[in-house]
Design a protein around this ligand. Structure first.
Ligand code: ZN
Ligand code: ZN
Length: 338
């Protein structure tokens, strides 16, 4: 005797095995799951077929009701480059990178966090880092991780292969749609100042375009710009000026890799040089350069540490969790590196 839950179980297994998938594939897999269950019991007709947007929304709501007790969510996000609607099951409680814990060692996760930091604090909102700088970062976290550059190269390749990072033709790393979906809470709580949202769809934004009016905070994904620009030509936030017809035209300001200038990462390269003395000087240098940006992040991280500590006091049963988090997240904090 089959049950409606069997369809959900089959479907979720298919989702988990893929990590992240398009809405189109998800809908197909849902209907295939019904077919598979019906094959086992021809009388079975308890599951809702996905025929249109409405039925899909009902199905997603149902799935999320089942996942709720585990603090998991079947969540979607548009791919920032293509606009494709993507889905993944994400850990709703995750303000830590627990998602990777089963695949990577603590040292590798420390390295991943350091890469995220380079990406989030990248100058000019380029939200990307060159492979040279990503590799040199290994020496900065070496005391904690004891990782060689060769090992780092392999791990970086694995981050790309498993869909956590994207490597561009230019050789720069940025966060994948999977990372943006699954690490959203972590990114938001660790980098509250750098975390930016699209003015139109309100989703996280690391690639797109910014309004050129000074101090205007308007940022749009490429696909959101195109949809909006078809209807209106002035900025939705400041209402000033006339926007060009395409997002790549001046005076609009690029966000993401398009904003990165070659050689600008050099500062950070130098900062992670091997000599301790040099590093001291350069750290001061960097703090000056990154100015309020890095201070804000440090503040954010400090407040997070305080939160972790208070959790320890509040609840003995979660002691293992926060203590471990605290230990793992320490090395990536610039302020506590010395
Ligand atoms: Zn958007
Ligand atoms: Zn504007």
């Amino acid at each position: 005797m089959v049950h409606a839950d069997d369809v959900q179980r089959l479907f979720l297994q298919a989702v988990f095995s893929r990590g992240i998938l398009s809405a189109k594939l998800a809908r197909t897999l849902w209907n295939k799951s019904i077919v598979a269950v019906t094959a086992a019991d021809p009388d079975f007709d308890a599951a809702l077929q996905c025929n249109d947007e409405d039925s899909w929304n009902t199905i997603v709501t149902k799935i999320n009701r089942s996942l709720d007790a585990l603090d998991l969510e079947f969540r979607h996000l548009n791919d920032e480059n293509t606009g494709t609607d993507m889905y993944a099951v994400v850990n709703r409680k995750g303000d830590e990178i627990a998602q990777m814990a089963t695949d990577y060692t603590p040292a590798e996760i420390t390295y991943f966090k350091a890469i995220i930091e380079l990406i989030m604090l990248a100058p000019r909102e380029s939200f990307s880092v060159s492979s040279t700088v990503a590799l040199r970062e290994v020496s900065a976290i070496k005391p904690k991780t004891n990782m060689s550059k060769t090992q780092a190269e392999v791990v970086l390749g694995s981050f790309v292969a498993r869909g956590w990072l994207v490597k561009s033709k230019r050789g720069r790393y940025s966060l994948s749609t999977r990372s943006l979906l699954e690490l959203q809470s972590y990114l938001k709580s660790t980098y509250p100042e750098e975390y930016s949202e699209c003015t139109i769809c309100m989703a996280i934004l690391t690639r797109g375009v910014a309004c050129h009016t000074p101090n205007c905070k308007c940022r749009l994904h490429y696909h959101c710009f195109e949809n909006y620009r078809r209807r209106k030509s002035s900025c939705p936030s400041c209402k000033e000026g006339e926007w060009p017809e395409t997002y790549s035209e001046k005076p609009l300001i690029p966000i993401g890799e398009a904003a990165a200038r070659d050689g600008e990462d050099a500062r950070r390269c130098a900062r992670t040089a091997d000599s301790d003395e040099e590093e001291d000087e350069e750290l001061a240098d960097d703090e000056e350069a990154a100015a309020s940006q890095s201070q804000r992040s440090q503040r954010a991280r400090k407040s997070k540490a305080i939160r972790d500590e208070s959790m320890d006091e509040d609840d003995d049963s979660v002691k293992d969790g926060p203590v471990k988090q605290e230990k793992e997240s320490q090395p990536t904090r610039r302020s506590s590196r010395k």
